[in-house]
Write a protein that binds this ligand. Structure first.
Ligand code: AP5
Length: 227
């Protein structure tokens, strides 16, 4: 079998795609298979909300409206996280960058360390499918494991298979907030597709089909011709 073009332990991946496209699902897999950390800004904010920190209180107001947390807050948090020892080799970014300003800040931050993003995976899923995925999503309050009422239900209704924790619906997964999140994605985040295409590191991934089928397409993109 051919050697991958880029060693998986040094991949620096950005996952792009609308809310509900499967970024978190695939980021967890890539990180697990590659031995690099999964860095999700959404998870970082939800954790801060759960702990009731000042950051959590500020972020919650934006998240509940389906708006983006301001760049001045997000950029600093990610810069700090990527300085972590475990992220020196590589990382999978899920939910960041989400604006051109965030993308520029990430690029500059990595350049000062003599490195850059190796792959940007753009998961495309039609709007009606992402709405289905989001409305059925349930998350374990205890361990964060993710389920879907129809596509990947837990064995016992309302309880996590791994730890028996309670499953809940995210506050921002209510119908009215989902519409706002999709609008924000189209306005603020979709320009990043052109931003990364110009840099020659964008791979378009068909995000339709089950998680295994999508993961196979990602493997081809990561282990094929990368940078
Ligand atoms: P965030 O948590 O990043 O949410 P998101 O981008 O809207 O993405 P989601 O988590 O909704 O979906 P996903 O693509 O990860 O899909 P998933 O794998 O879960 O951000 C939340 C909020 O935080 C933002 O609105 C904003 O306010 C703030 N924020 C975060 N980052 C920020 C930033 N950089 N700047 C500013 N603000 C920021 O899958 C969804 C469901 O579908 C699950 O149930 C799953 O089981 C199922 N599923 C997954 N794949 C498949 C498949 N192939 N087939 C069938 N079902 C599937």
């Amino acid at each position: 079998m051919d050697e991958p073009a880029v060693s998986r332990s040094s991949i620096r991946v950005v996952l792009l795609g609308p809310p509900g496209a499967g970024k978190g699902t695939q980021a967890q897999r890539i990180a697990g298979e590659s031995g690099v950390p999964h860095v999700s800004t959404g998870d970082m904010f939800r954790d801060a909300v759960k702990k009731g920190t000042p950051l959590g209180r500020e972020a919650k107001a934006y998240m509940d409206r389906g708006e983006l947390v301001p760049d001045r807050i997000v950029i600093g948090i990610v810069e700090e996280r990527l300085k972590g020892r475990d992220a020196h080799g590589g990382f999978v970014l899920d939910g960041f960058p989400r604006t051109v300003q965030q993308a520029r800040a990430l690029e500059q931050g990595l350049q000062t360390r003599g490195t850059g993003i190796s792959h940007v995976l753009n998961l495309s899923v039609p709007a009606e499918e992402v709405v289905k995925r989001i409305s059925g999503r349930r998350v374990c309050r205890q361990c964060g494991a993710m389920y879907h009422e129809l596509f990947s239900p837990p064995t016992e209704g309302g309880r996590c298979d791994r730890c028996q924790g309670e499953l809940y619906q995210r506050d921002d997964d209510r119908e009215e907030t989902v519409t706002a999140r999709l609008d924000v994605y189209a306005r603020e985040t979709s320009p990043l597709v052109a931003f990364y295409r110009e840099r020659g590191i964008l791979a378009e991934i068909d995000g339709v089909g089950g998680p295994d089928a999508v993961a196979r397409r990602i493997t081809e993109a990561l282990d094929g011709a990368g940078r």
